[in-house]
Structures are given as C-alpha cells and as structure tokens.
Design a protein around this ligand. Sequence first.
Ligand code: GTQ
Ligand code: FE2
Length: 321
Amino acid sequence: MTTTAAAATAAKLLAVEAHAVALETTPGWVTREQPIFWSEPRPEARPAHWRYAAIRAALEQAAGLVDLSLAERRILALRNPFPGNNFATTRTLSCAYQYMLPGETASTHRHASHALRILLDARGTYSVVDRIRMPMETGDIVLTPGGCWHGHGHEGDRPACWMDVLDIPLTHLLEPMYFETYPDRAQPAERTVDASPWRFAAADIGRRLDDAEFTSPRGCVARVELSASGMPTMGIAVERLRPCAATDRRRSTASRCVTVTAGAGRSRIGTELFEWRFGDTFAIPSWVWYEHAAQEHSQLVEISDEPVMRMCNYYREEIAA
Ligand code: GTQ
Ligand code: FE2
C-alpha cells in the first residue's frame, strides 16, 4: 500500500470508530482503558480484620444516643477499605455488628437480601421470621432468607450483640433489591419454636462438631457445613481448631467472612497477619492465600459466596503443597 492509501484507510477506520461510539458500542480492536480479561482473579477487596471489643464499645456508646424507635437497626457495618466502598465486607457480603438493649425491639421489615446472624452475646433475645418466633441466643446461628418478614426483640437483662451477614453487595450487583417496612412496628408471632430450618442452636452445632473428625492433613481443623435453607447465596461452615502451628495454606475463588466464636489465634491472609480473639471478624478476598493458627481451642464461623461460585462454575481452589 502506498502512504496515501494507508492514510486513507486509517482515516476511514477512525470514522468507523467514531460512528461505533455514536452507536453506543466500543470496538474490540481498540485498546480499552479498563481491560475485560486478566490472567487471574484480582480482588478489589482487601484482607481486613475488625476487633469485637472496640466495635462493641462503640455500639455501647451509640446505644445511649441512638434510639431504636428511630433507627431501623443499631449496627456498625464492616467496611472493607477498598476505594469507593461504603459497607461491603467482601465483594459479595456485608457484615455488621448489631447491638440491642434489654426491652428493645427492632421493627419488622423485609428485603431481597438474604441475612443470617451469628449470636456472640445474647440471652433472652429472639427473632420473629414470617410469624415464627425463635430464640437467638449465644452460639446460635439464625437465618432470615430474603423476602421473609423479620424483626428482633430482647427480653433479657443485659445488652446483646451479634454479627449480621447479608448478601447486600450481590443484591446490588444483580439489582433485585427491594425493601419494605411492615405496617405495624412488630409482626405478631403466631407460635414460638426452638427447632426450625432457620435456626442452628449452639448445642446442635456443638454436637455436630463433636462428631466431625479433624480431617485436614495437618489434623487441626474439624469442619461442619450447615445448609442455608432458602439462602442459596451463602455457604455456612463452622470450624473447630485445635492449637497448632498452622492449617493448610489454601485459596479459592470464593470470598469469605470469618467470625471467631471461641478462642484466639492468628491468620495469615495474603501478606497480612491478623491476631484474632473472641468476636473478631476478618475478610478473606477471592484467590488470596490464607492459613489459620489457633493458640487455644477455637471456633470459627465462615460465611462465603462459595455456593454462588459453584453454581456459576467459577469455583476453583488450591491447597499449597
Ligand atoms: O437485622 O434486619 O446488619 O436489615 C443490616 C440490615 C441487619 C436486620 C443488618 C438488616 C439487618
Ligand atoms: Fe433486615
């Protein structure tokens, strides 16, 4: 091609590209500002750790100032420190510590997002989920699947604190979000139950862990998976850790939020080393290597988006040799 012919072709191509932009399309042959593909997962969320003692103290202070008759919920959401983020704890999950005073009620509402609660310190607290009242007490895990009316109450005599985990960032991404308040402040319960597919009682979790074997190659983790009835977006696993140097080092495409329900230890997540104790929560982003080391007998509750990853055929995991 002559230089003039080449220049004419280039000019035509520029015109085609300008027209493509006018058609609200982006040409695949032009280098993009943001690539579409990259060679391996590169999570925006970071390894992060939140301390229960400090957050609970802040909630206690807020409790004297924030009345539950005005606020929907008295919570502090765990904000993963990636730019522009406000409430996501990992890419798909939002965690928050919730605090209730004796005698308080948290009003009935419902929303698209699925939710569960990990009870850290609660006696005499309950939740009413679609008219079924069930206890929410220390060590329990209670589910409120998306679309179910739910409100909480506290008839005990000491402040209560628990961890909420919701799939809010996933709801935002997929855009089915809605939120409704119940016509009255509290939906009346038609009956009270102890056993429900929505409640894993502390004692039952303990029994299942007693039956589980310490199967990890290094023999320091016993793991039980709970089936999240009506909540296909969240995987729930409870792990018992014996004191040991370290678990396997592993990574997967799923991201995970881990709340410490007993004991103390440390976890290496990517390049971070977090020293955790009772009530703390840490975030494990997708594809970041992690390992735990318990300093005493410990229990971890791990909530992940693994079921979503598996459903999409995106799930991959590796265990370091
Ligand atoms: O208790 O219903 O942490 O709706 C965030 C949103 C808790 C709840 C949260 C909620 C709730
Ligand atoms: Fe809610």
